[in-house]
Design a protein around this ligand. Structure first.
Ligand code: PEP
Length: 256
């Protein structure tokens, strides 16, 4: 296993799931866990934005992530949430999740605006990227990924990019129960690390966590976390059940 900083991020993305009571119950349980023997395992949870205020007082051992922000800072944008309303509550924001791209037609230009807001407000973006099945089947997935990154994060300078987290999430693996295998994950993570090295230099590039997301669970977490250049997991469905998510944390904690 080759992990540059020997630390893992385990991030739960709850999407549009859980009532407020369920969210509080989960946070209460996670704070009572004794499995955090390693301080090198960072746990973050991304509940629906509406629950952030309610769970804030229970965060303890975990950090809070927003699932989305508006690309505007304020104004007549009905239904949107500004980064200014979240900056006191979260340390990180998911940007570019494939469900936002697919169902809400978010473009690279909008993602760029969201990233700019994160940089301005000093909140760490977790930038999601990844190919669709058609790109993998036609063997153009690496160039597709390179374009996704070029249109967004590579508009920033070295210092700004160094404060981002990247998450490789192949669209065909999200919510399908069909995770990418270790060789597929290694190929993309090594490729992204190499591009980062070319763009911003060795020492800065090595500091950027590259996470994997897409049907992670307690059965495949260990194998995936052992892949070179994998610095953590973004977990959707398997993060909703507390006992299941706890097992994933324990696996990461043991490996870190
Ligand atoms: C996600 O939504 O980021 C995700 C990885 O989902 P799942 O784990 O359910 O595939």
């Amino acid at each position: 296993m080759f992990n540059y900083f020997n630390m893992f991020y385990i991030i739960a993305n709850w999407k549009m799931n859980k009532t407020q009571d369920e969210a509080i119950d989960f946070f209460t349980k996670i704070n009572s866990l004794n499995c955090f023997k390693s301080s090198l395992c960072k746990i973050l949870i991304s509940p629906p934005i509406i629950h952030l205020s309610a769970v804030e007082q229970y965060i303890g051992k975990v950090g809070l992530v927003a699932q989305n922000i508006s690309c505007k800072e304020s104004g007549a944008y009905t239904g949107e949430t500004s980064i200014n309303m979240l900056s006191s509550k979260v340390s990180h924001i998911l940007i570019g999740h494939s469900e936002r791209r697919k169902y809400f037609h978010e473009t690279s230009l909008q993602l760029l605006e969201k990233l700019q807001l994160c940089i301005k407000k000093k909140i760490i973006p977790i930038f999601c990227f990844g190919e669709k099945l058609i790109h993998r089947d036609s063997n153009v997935f690496l160039s597709y990924i390179k374009d996704q990154l070029s249109e967004t994060i590579f508009s920033f300078d070295k210092h700004e990019i160094s404060n981002m987290i990247l998450a490789y999430e192949p669209v065909w693996a999200i919510g399908t129960g069909k995770n990418a295998n270790a060789a597929q994950i290694k190929e993309v993570h090594d490729f992204v690390r190499e591009i980062l090295i070319k763009k911003i230099g060795h020492s800065s590039a090595l500091k950027i966590p590259i996470l994997y997301g897409g049907s992670c669970n307690s059965n495949n977490a260990q194998t995936i976390l052992k892949v070179d250049n994998v610095n953590g997991l973004l977990v959707g469905g398997a993060s909703l059940d507390f006992d299941h998510f706890r097992k994933i944390i324990e696996i990461a904690d043991d490996l870190s």
